[in-house]
Design a protein. Structure first.
Length: 407
């Protein structure tokens, strides 16, 4: 049996994972001011966000299988370099078109850490041990949305819209310099060249795996809940309830802390309970939160606490289930863990985009019923997807035992 490679410092994985989400959220407060600055409309400015998300989705499909072929280290270092350089280029954009182009490349670079952090963890840890480590990494995905808008708003007010890009370029450069000496290769069994047919075959193998689909759909439904909330909660809080944006920001911090608490719980319990039990526990908590939100919505209760506190319960459950579902997905076929991580990330972004569009379409001026039903669908879908993964694992064990008995 081949020994597992030595684990790199967890801090470098956390920092690399946080670059993409930080760049996404830190820029948002600067978007309204760009309408007058570049003499354009807000729909065009919105493309700096929409195409960033598209870049993250597509980039994950590219990085994962490439890292399976040429290694995690060169792929991640290249992504960090692209992120830092494109962030700097964005700060010098003289038109909205140049800024949009820069944001696309920024996304393509920033998603490298999101994909490869998960794959590297799977390279160096066994299936059950990977979940607690992934939980620490996913905390970075919660911290960035929590602090990004506040930092971005301050930089925009004090220095201008371009200051945020200076900061994320510096962060990307610092992470790159940290990764060069500290990040060693964790995927030694790789090819010397990229084979496109083999890359496509890897995705075909994963899509044909019920276990991979079960775990991936579980995490995608959970991500869909989060994006549904992002699509609806600001409108309900600010436009319907008439509260200040600062109030929304305060309650969003509660949600972020709740998700991080779920991650922390996963670090403590995942090894003891195992991946499937932790996902089941997390999904059950999330479904309870969704049921609570649906109940208060049906009763006609409209307040910030009626929205955010039940969703904080959903976020806590997702914090427990997400790292374990990710570990399950990338463990289905360790030889192509990079492709699994990339395909899973792509499907997560697709689910998030679909949830955003759906909730936005059904959102009205009377309440948050669309959000409540979206959370019920997402939480219920996540639970059913877990059952698919568990059933696939049981069938695989039965087939293995049958083969052993026949020998």
């Amino acid at each position: 049996m081949t020994a597992k490679p030595k684990a790199p410092p967890i801090l470098v994985l956390i920092a690399a994972t946080a670059t993409g989400p930080l760049a996404l959220n830190l820029f948002v407060p600067s978007m309204p001011g760009l309408v007058d600055l570049f003499a354009t409309d807000y729909g065009t400015v919105q493309l700096t966000l929409t195409l960033y998300l598209a870049g993250v989705a597509i980039g994950q499909l590219i990085y994962g299988p490439i890292s399976d072929r040429i290694g995690r280290r060169p792929t991640l270092l290249a992504g960090l370099a692209i992120f830092a350089l494109s962030s700097l280029a964005c700060s010098f954009a003289g038109s909205i078109d140049m800024l949009i182009a820069g944001r696309i490349f920024q996304a393509l670079g920033g998603c490298a850490g999101m994909v490869l952090g998960r794959a590297i963890v799977r390279d160096v840890y066994e299936r059950e041990e990977a979940a607690p480590v992934i939980a620490y990494i996913t905390m970075a995905m919660a911290v960035a949305p929590m602090i990004g808008p506040a930092i971005g708003g301050f930089l925009d007010s004090a220095f201008g819209w371009y200051a945020g890009f200076y900061v994320v370029a510096a962060v990307g450069g610092a992470v790159l310099l940290y990764a060069i000496p500290s990040l060693h290769e964790t995927h030694p069994q790789r090819e010397s060249k990229i084979d496109v047919v083999a890359l496509l075959r890897s995705y075909g193998t994963l899509l044909g795996s019920k276990a991979f689909l079960g775990y991936t759909l579980n995490t995608s439904f959970s991500i869909g809940c989060f994006f549904a909330f992002l699509s609806s909660a600001p409108y309900v809080t600010i436009n319907i309830l008439g509260l200040e944006p600062q109030v929304y920001g305060f309650f969003f911090i509660i949600v972020s802390l709740s998700y991080m608490s779920g991650n922390f719980t996963a670090t403590r319990l995942s090894r003891r309970l195992g991946i499937d039990r932790m996902i089941l526990l997390g999904c059950s908590v999330s479904l309870l939160g969704a049921l609570t939100l649906t109940t208060v919505s049906t009763m006609g209760v409209i307040s910030a606490t009626a929205i955010f506190l039940p969703f904080a319960l959903v976020a806590f459950g997702n914090g427990m289930s997400q790292p374990n579902a990710i570990a399950g997905a990338v463990s289905v076929n360790p030889a192509i863990a990079g492709a699994a991580s990339g395909l899973m990330g792509f499907l997560q972004m697709c689910a998030g985009g679909l949830a955003t569009v759906a909730v936005g379409y059904f959102q009205d001026d009377t309440g948050y019923g669309a959000l409540a039903y979206a959370l019920m669908i997402g939480s219920g879908g996540a639970l059913l997807s877990l059952l698919l993964a568990i059933r696939a694992a049981a069938e695989a064990r039965a087939a293995t035992q049958g083969a052993a008995a026949s020998e």
